[in-house]
Structures are given as structure tokens and as C-alpha cells.
Design a protein. Structure first.
Length: 149
């Protein structure tokens, strides 16, 4: 596996870091437990995705105002995630620290399970959840683009 760019340069590097932060965070044992016990899983997962996207962009040197615009969130929300004032922001920053300590190498383990043992129905539900999150982010971006025109 190639290393994740810890100081991204360009959109492709930002996407690589963003994806590594999302996956590295979602498969942490403590995060899996929090997801299981979260009352509103979709909102909680959305916060993790936004925090990861914000951190990847911030590491690329993008200003907070532009990050907020790109992600369809307020500057205050982005600052709170980046400052670790939100649970999602704190967790994603911990994942970034793990990436830094590993030299940008992402290793994902599913606690107590092997990947081949995952229930097909659970995988289908997770795919649907990720698809819904991606659609929500795309809709927010389109709405923001329309509003700024």
C-alpha cells in the first residue's frame, strides 16, 4: 500500500488523505462502539466525514472560509471540528496523529473479526449509508453553488 499524503498538494492528495482519515476513523474499535451506541447514527457519521474532509483541506493550507464553502457548513462548525471542540473533530485528529506516527501508512483492522466474516446484509447497509452521506454532501455542495451564483 502506498503512503497517505500527510501534507496534501492538490485535489487528489486531499481526497487520499480525506479517505484515509474516514476509513482510519471508522474502523477504530472505540469509534465502532460509539457508532453502535449512537442515537442518530447518520448525523454522527456525517460529522465524522465532515471533520475528516475539513482536516484534509486544512492540512493542504486551504483557509477555513473556503473549507466551509466547499463542505456546505458554517465557518464556526469547521473551526470547531479543526480545533477538536467536537467529538468528531477530536477523533479525526487522533486518527491523523496515528497516520503521522506511522509515516502515512494506513492499516485497518476490524476488531475481533476478519473482513471475510462480515455479514453481507451489514455490508449492504453500510454501503447504503455511505451512499446516502455522499448524496447529502453532493446536494449541499450544489445548493451552495446555486446560492453563491
Amino acid at each position: 500500500m502506498s503512503t497517505v499524503p500527510l501534507k496534501p498538494i492538490g485535489k487528489e492528495d486531499i481526497k487520499k488523505l480525506e479517505l484515509a482519515l474516514i476509513l482510519g476513523t471508522l474502523f477504530r474499535e472505540d469509534v465502532i462502539e460509539q457508532i453502535r451506541s449512537a442515537e442518530d447514527k447518520v448525523t454522527w457519521l456525517d460529522s465524522l466525514v465532515v471533520a475528516a474532509a475539513a482536516l484534509a483541506r486544512e492540512r493542504a493550507g486551504i483557509p477555513v472560509a473556503r473549507i466551509a464553502e466547499e463542505l456546505g457548513r458554517t465557518e464556526a462548525t469547521i473551526r470547531n471540528h479543526l480545533g477538536g471542540k467536537t467529538e468528531a473533530g477530536r477523533i479525526v485528529k487522533e486518527t491523523y496523529k496515528i497516520l503521522v506516527e506511522s509515516g502515512g501508512k494506513l492499516e485497518i483492522e476490524i476488531p475481533g473479526r476478519r473482513i471475510v466474516e462480515l455479514d453481507r446484509e451489514k455490508v449492504k447497509k453500510l454501503r447504503n449509508l455511505l451512499d446516502n452521506l455522499a448524496k447529502t454532501l453532493d446536494e449541499a455542495k450544489k445548493l451552495l453553488e446555486e446560492l453563491t451564483k
